[in-house]
Design a protein around this ligand. Structure first.
Ligand code: PMP
Ligand code: GLN
Length: 386
C-alpha cells in the first residue's frame, strides 16, 4: 500500500459489521436499512433487466431517463434548473461521485476544508487526489444540544492554498442539518474567496422536526461553483445498488466525468432505470419514509437516554451520536469494541471520523434505519448493561 493510503487501513464499517456477524450482535453500526426499498422500484429493476435495458454499457453520463428524473427532482423540490444533457452525471453511488470530484478538481497540495467528524471516504479521497485536508471541528453546543459549525473557525481555515470546501448536510455522523443562515455564510465565504464547493447531500430527504434541507447550490453565486452529490441508497433504501449522481455546471460535470470515465467508465445499467422511477414516486413516499424514520429516531434516542447516554437528537440522517461520559466511559473505541460481548449491540466510535481523535473520543454513533422490533431489542439490551 502506498504512503498516501497507508494510514487508512480497513474502513470502520467493514470492521464493525464483521464484528456484528461474528458475535451475532444487533448491528446499529454501519448505516444500511434492514428493510429494502419499495416493491414497485424493485419490480422496475427486474423489468429493465428482463427487457434488456442497461444490460450493455449504458451512456457515460447515465441513462437519459435517470438524468431527466434527477433534473425534474431538483426543479420540483428546490427550484434548481439543470440541463439533463450537460449538467448531470450518474455515478457508482455518492462514494464514486466524491472520489471523481476530488480527483478531477484538486491539484497536488491543494487544501480541502471539510467538517470534522467527516464521512471516512473524504479523507481517503483527498489523499488519493494528493490534496491536504484541513478539518474544521463541529462541536457540541450546550444550549442547542447539537453539534454546531463555528463560522469564524471556518473563515480562519481558508488560506491561499484552499481550493475547495467539502460540505455535508444533513451531516453524518452528528445528524446536524446546516441552517439557512449557516449555508448563506458558507456561500458568501466561497464567493468571497473564490472557492469550489463539493456538497454531499445524500441525506437530503432525511430531515426531521423543523429542520429543512436547503441545497448550497441555491444560494447566490453558488450554482456555478458547486458540485452537488446525492444518491439513491439513503432516500430509497437501496444501498446495494450504488446509484448516485452529480448536478453542476457543464464545466464542472465535464471535469468530474473525465475522472469517472477512468474509474468505472459507466455505472450499472438496469438499476438506473429503476432509480429514475423511484425519483418520480409521489410525494407521499417521501413523507411516509420520513415519518417512519422520525418514529425510529424518537424510539432510539429515548432508549439511549434511559440507558444513560447523553443523546444529541439528530435533525437529519439516520444516525444518533451519543456521549458515553455519563456512563463513566471516555474511550469510544474501547467501548465499541467491547459492546457486542457486553450488550449484543454494535455501534461506531466517532473518533474514526476525526483528525483530532481526542475531540471525538467520547462520542459513539448508533444507526436507527432498522425495524422497530430490532431497535426495541437493542434498547432493552443496552439498558440491561450500560
Ligand atoms: N456520503 C455520506 C455522508 C454517507 O453517509 C454515505 C453512505 N454511507 C455516502 C456518502 C455514500 O453513499 P453511496 O452508498 O451512495 O456511495
Ligand atoms: N454511509 C454508511 C455509514 O456511514 C456506510 C457506508 C459504508 O459502509 N461505506 O454508516
Amino acid at each position: 500500500l502506498n504512503r498516501r493510503l497507508a494510514e487508512f487501513g480497513t474502513t470502520i464499517f467493514a470492521e464493525m459489521s464483521a464484528l456484528a456477524l461474528s458475535t451475532g450482535a444487533i448491528n446499529l453500526g454501519q448505516g444500511f436499512p434492514d428493510t429494502d426499498g419499495p416493491e414497485e422500484v424493485r419490480e422496475a429493476a427486474v423489468r429493465a433487466l428482463r427487457d434488456g435495458r442497461g444490460n450493455q454499457y449504458p451512456p457515460g453520463p447515465g441513462v437519459p431517463e435517470l438524468r431527466a428524473a434527477v433534473t425534474a427532482h431538483q426543479q420540483r423540490r428546490y427550484g434548481l434548473s439543470y440541463d439533463p444533457d450537460t449538467e448531470v452525471l450518474v455515478t457508482a453511488g455518492a462514494t464514486e461521485a466524491i472520489a471523481a470530484a476530488l480527483l478531477a478538481l484538486l491539484e497536488p497540495g491543494d487544501e480541502v476544508i471539510a467538517f470534522e467528524p467527516y464521512y471516512d471516504s473524504y479523507a481517503a479521497c483527498i489523499a488519493m487526489a494528493g490534496g491536504r485536508r484541513v478539518p474544521v471541528t463541529l462541536r457540541p453546543h450546550e444550549g442547542e444540544g447539537r453539534f454546531r459549525l463555528d463560522l469564524d473557525e471556518l473563515r480562519d481555515a481558508v488560506t491561499d492554498r484552499t481550493r475547495l470546501l467539502l460540505i455535508n448536510t444533513p451531516h453524518n455522523p452528528t445528524g446536524t442539518v446546516l441552517t439557512r443562515e449557516e449555508l448563506a455564510a458558507i456561500a458568501e465565504l466561497a464567493v468571497e474567496r473564490d472557492l469550489l464547493v463539493v456538497t454531499d447531500e445524500v441525506y437530503e430527504h432525511l430531515v426531521f422536526d423543523e429542520a429543512e434541507h436547503v441545497p448550497l447550490a441555491s444560494f447566490p453565486g453558488m450554482r456555478e461553483r458547486t458540485v452537488t452529490i446525492s444518491s439513491s441508497g439513503k432516500t430509497f433504501s437501496f444501498t446495494g445498488w450504488k446509484v448516485g449522481w452529480v448536478t453542476a455546471s457543464p464545466e464542472l460535470v465535464t471535469a468530474v466525468r473525465s475522472a469517472k470515465q477512468y474509474l468505472t467508465y459507466v455505472s450499472a445499467g438496469p438499476f438506473q432505470y429503476a432509480v429514475a422511477e423511484a425519483l418520480s414516486l409521489p410525494e407521499s413516499y417521501f413523507t411516509d419514509f420520513r415519518a417512519d424514520l422520525l418514529a425510529k429516531r424518537n424510539l432510539l434516542a429515548a432508549g439511549l437516554e434511559e440507558a444513560g447516554f447523553r443523546v444529541f437528537r439528530p435533525s437529519g440522517t439516520y444516525f444518533v451520536t451519543t456521549d458515553i461520559r455519563p456512563l463513566g466511559e471516555t474511550d469510544g473505541f474501547a467501548f465499541c469494541r467491547g459492546l457486542p460481548e457486553r450488550a449484543g449491540v454494535v455501534a461506531i466510535p466517532n473518533a474514526v471520523f476525526y483528525d483530532h481523535r481526542e475531540q471525538g473520543a467520547p462520542f459513539v454513533r448508533f444507526a436507527f434505519c432498522k425495524r422497530t422490533g430490532v431497535l426495541e431489542e437493542a434498547v432493552r439490551r443496552l439498558k440491561g448493561v450500560c
